[in-house]
Design a protein around this ligand. Structure first.
Ligand code: NAI
Length: 210
């Protein structure tokens, strides 16, 4: 993800954690919370929380704190999880299967509507209630269904061609697990690259520097 209006990416990256945490508070029957209490629970500082939430105009009331469900709803709105995006997944191998089966797309405001692969042997099989379709039908499907997001779980060497095909039918947002760097060849797209091993390397750095 490169930019989001005028709000810094680092603030946006903290919002899913607020959203998840407020959901847990709400489930536990907690209806209001002060920034100090929220800070203690989330192990952040109260001023960090106030600063983050002030980026959106601030939701708290002096002396009252935050209304948990309203704040969660607002953050969900900012993140766009209340707008039901259509998602397709390309590459139903090990990683694609794991994502289709274990990611709660609905919880993030998304709906998995199509899965594509080039392997004819798995065509017609179902993952998470969605049939695997031959990738040859990608354009036809996208023109009819107009998905908002494509999840890319394909080998690096085929991903550029797939992105070309997808942008050709107006799919411009990618949750990219393939190690192909989409931004190098394509403009006017929204990409969130995920490299799980980056996280492991950061952990490794932490281990070496404690
Ligand atoms: P896999 O080989 O199990 O699955 C790849 C799938 O893509 C296969 O089902 C294959 O038939 C399909 N495919 C190949 N060419 C295609 C095309 N042109 N159109 C549609 N489908 C096509 O591989 P795995 O383990 O699922 O990994 C997939 C990719 O994700 C690899 O590039 C791998 O390096 C990467 N990866 C990335 C991770 C990350 O953290 N970002 C973690 C693990 C894997």
């Amino acid at each position: 993800m490169s930019k989001q209006g005028n709000i810094s990416v680092s603030v946006i990256r903290r919002l899913p954690r607020y959203y998840r945490f407020l959901g847990e508070l709400s489930d536990a029957g907690i209806s209001k919370i002060s920034s100090r209490e929220l800070a203690e629970k989330m192990r952040l500082t109260a001023s960090q929380i106030r600063q983050d939430l002030n980026c959106f105009g601030g939701f708290g009331q002096q002396g009252y704190g935050y209304n948990v469900s309203e704040l969660r709803q607002e953050i969900g709105h900012i993140l766009g999880v209340d707008s039901r995006k259509k998602v397709i997944l390309i590459g139903a191998g090990n990683l694609g299967t794991a994502l289709a089966m274990h990611i709660d797309f609905e919880k993030s405001g998304c709906r998995l509507i199509g899965i594509f692969d080039s392997n004819k042997n798995i065509e017609g099989q179902e993952l998470a209630g969605v049939k695997i379709t031959d990738v040859a039908r990608l354009e036809q499907f996208c023109s009819a269904e107009q998905p908002d997001i494509a999840v890319l779980c394909t080998p690096k060497d085929v991903t550029k061609d797939l992105v070309k095909r997808l942008t050709g039918v107006n799919v411009r947002s990618f949750w990219n697990f393939s190690h192909y760097d989409i931004n190098v060849d394509f403009d006017d797209i929204v990409v969130e690259n995920v490299h799980l091993s980056d996280s492991l390397m950061i952990l490794s750095y932490g281990v070496n520097n404690t």
